[in-house]
Design a protein around this ligand. Structure first.
Ligand code: ZN
Length: 91
């Protein structure tokens, strides 16, 4: 993430996946966040940077607040193919 400032909408548009990890070694829970749900709750232009999001999070399993975030591009082939084939307009 060099020089980018994520909002909920830009994460969705950029096909990013946001995963929360519990730092409690006894728990080690990780969970993919529902970006659409979070966008609807906080608004599309709300900041989705780690330092903004982390205080809002709590581990769903142990309730701990030591939660880390991982931003990863969604590389699932389905969406990728869809958008690249759509580009070619038939004559
Ligand atoms: Zn936990």
């Amino acid at each position: 993430m060099i020089g980018s400032h994520w909002t909920w909408q830009s994460l969705i548009d950029g096909r990013m996946t946001l995963t929360a990890f519990c730092h409690d070694p006894a728990c080690n829970h990780s969970q993919k966040l529902d970006l659409v749900k979070l966008r609807d709750r906080y608004g599309p232009d709300a900041s989705a940077m780690e330092w903004d999001v982390r205080p809002k999070l709590r581990c769903a399993r142990c309730g701990g607040r030591r939660v880390g975030l991982s931003y990863t591009p969604d590389t699932s082939p389905a969406g990728w193919h869809g958008s690249s084939y759509r580009k070619a307009k038939g004559e």
